[in-house]
Design a protein around this ligand. Structure first.
Ligand SMILES: [Zn+2]
Length: 500
């Protein structure tokens, strides 16, 4: 469904030019596309049916979860964390997963909460990973397909069937086990658009390499052009970076992937986590960029999970665990490598902390990456909007954060702020979400406080300009009193003592 027309007025836009960012604008949308952007107060070309007064708020492209788990969100209450490490997270989540097929209503309730809260934040598209294996069966997939239908007006759910568990049952196996058969059956279901796995869970490195090849084969066999690996999720300098195996398979299996598809979704290989690459020296990064060349490969950093889970072996080092998530602004600046950021998990053993809000990752990123310049805030914002949409395989992604005629009218308006810097460093809670030119969600704060406002107390000696004393010497005594008393009073005030 696409709205006839919408006029968004009285809004700040994310222009790089400060003068343009300071101005107020109107954005005209017809049939889901931006048709005109003009200064607020001027007349547009037409009279749209619907009008939205943003009251000086700030408009961004809508937010995107390029990597989120729909099935294992909000299960922290049933995971007893003791060590808090990855092995424990796998084990307690496996126990929780055993209940998925027994209680689909629970899956639906939690998945629905994730989708609704995401749309409230300004998310209009997401790649939803759903696990398919002998524990979960198809229960998570069934629920995800239901939610895809349910949410279609507000948010596009791209379903990625995902093997979180090993495809090989034991280290001795040379052939994959039943998890692969289930994944193959899931890949054939209508509504499934992407396929993925976590090769690092395989018992051996040889099996991890075979896992990558098997996923490419499955994708190719089912004409799936969107592949997603949870990859190189470690900080071990002695481990082999498997990204090169992905590149090798991409060139072997899909030589035509170099070219972009003209459809809504093209061909894309998405790499989540990749924390191992944080150990790369400059020449290793350059080598990787050269190896990728024109292949459509996009990285997705998952800072909430990466920072929580990685680097635990260094807990007793002087500075503790290192920064273990892909440095988004640094990689863009040094290597022109555009990395998306995504939430990954909400309230589970892999990521117990954080909300569904992608903009919260930008705020976190400003500290983790020490990045708060204007250029940094642009890169961080793109990583949870435009670059995340590219990572999902979308092909109609705008180039700029400010809307241009022809762009899809998918926006989030942040109320109560008016600059990109505020959107990144201290984003507002109050938001309006627009998809295809339709307002699909609205989130507002209700406030009440006991604090009452009252005027500052008057000073006993009115500060007077120096030239006034020169003109009227009668005020010299007052000047002297002001000279001695003023600094003393200011000091008291700084210390929080109120003087009447
Ligand atoms: Zn994940």
């Amino acid at each position: 469904m696409v709205a006839d027309s919408l006029l968004i007025t009285n809004v700040h836009l994310a222009y790089s030019d400060r003068t343009l960012e300071d101005k107020l604008w109107s954005v005209e949308c017809h049939e889901g596309k931006v048709t005109n952007v003009f200064p607020y107060g001027e007349r547009g070309r037409s009279s749209p049916k619907n009008e939205l007064d943003a009251r000086g708020g700030f408009l961004l492209p809508s937010l995107c979860h390029s990597h989120i788990h729909l099935d294992k969100c909000f299960i922290l209450d049933r995971c007893n964390l003791i060590a808090g490490d990855f092995r424990e997270a796998m084990n307690v989540t496996a126990v929780a997963k055993a209940g998925f097929s027994l209680d689909k209503e629970d899956l639906l309730r939690r998945g629905r909460k994730l989708v609704r809260e995401s749309v409230d934040c300004g998310v209009t598209s997401m790649r939803a990973h759903v696990e398919v294996d002998i524990q979960a069966g198809f229960s998570a997939l069934d629920v995800a397909l239901h939610l895809k239908e349910e949410a279609q007006l507000a948010c596009f759910l791209q379903i990625a069937v995902f093997a979180q568990e090993p495809l090989f049952s034991s280290a001795e196996d040379t052939e994959p086990g039943p998890n692969l058969q289930l994944l193959a059956a899931a890949a054939q279901r209508d509504g499934v658009e992407a396929i993925g796995s976590a090769p690092y869970v395989e018992p051996t490195i040889e099996q991890a390499i075979k896992n990558i090849a098997l996923i490419f084969e499955l994708a190719s066999h089912n004409s799936i052009t969107l592949i997603d690996f949870h990859l190189d999720y470690n900080l071990d300098p002695n481990s082999e970076p498997l990204i090169y195996e992905v590149i090798k398979q991409a060139r072997l299996v899909c030589p035509s992937w170099k070219s972009e598809d003209s459809g809504l979704f093209g061909r894309r290989i998405t790499i989540g986590h990749a924390t191992r690459l944080q150990l790369f020296k400059p020449q290793e990064w350059q080598h990787l960029c050269d190896a990728i060349g024109d292949l459509p490969i996009t990285f997705v950093g998952l800072p909430n999970s990466d920072m929580y889970m990685q680097g635990r072996a260094q807990a007793n080092e002087p500075l503790g665990a290192p920064r273990s998530t892909l440095r988004v602004p640094y990689l863009a600046d040094r290597y022109g490598l555009h990395v998306a950021m995504s939430v990954n998990n909400v309230e589970n053993a892999f990521t117990p902390q954080g909300s569904v809000d992608p903009l919260a990752l930008c705020t976190f990123g400003a500290a983790v990456f020490q990045a708060a310049t204007k250029a940094d805030t642009e890169i961080l914002t793109k990583s949870v909007t435009l670059v995340s949409k590219i990572a999902m395989g979308q092909t109609n992604v705008p180039l700029h954060l400010s809307p241009q005629p022809g762009d899809t009218a998918d926006f989030v308006i942040l109320h109560g702020i008016h600059t990109l810097r505020q959107a990144v460093l201290n984003p507002s809670y109050d938001r309006t979400t627009i998809r295809n030119g339709i307002v699909v969600a609205c989130r507002r704060t209700r406030r009440w406080t006991v604090i009452k406002e009252f005027p500052l107390p008057q000073t006993s000696v009115t500060p007077i300009s120096w030239w006034w004393y020169m003109l009227f010497p009668i005020y010299w005594p007052a000047c002297l009193i002001n000279w001695f008393v003023g600094p003393h009073r200011r000091q008291l005030t700084r210390e929080g003592v109120m003087i009447s």
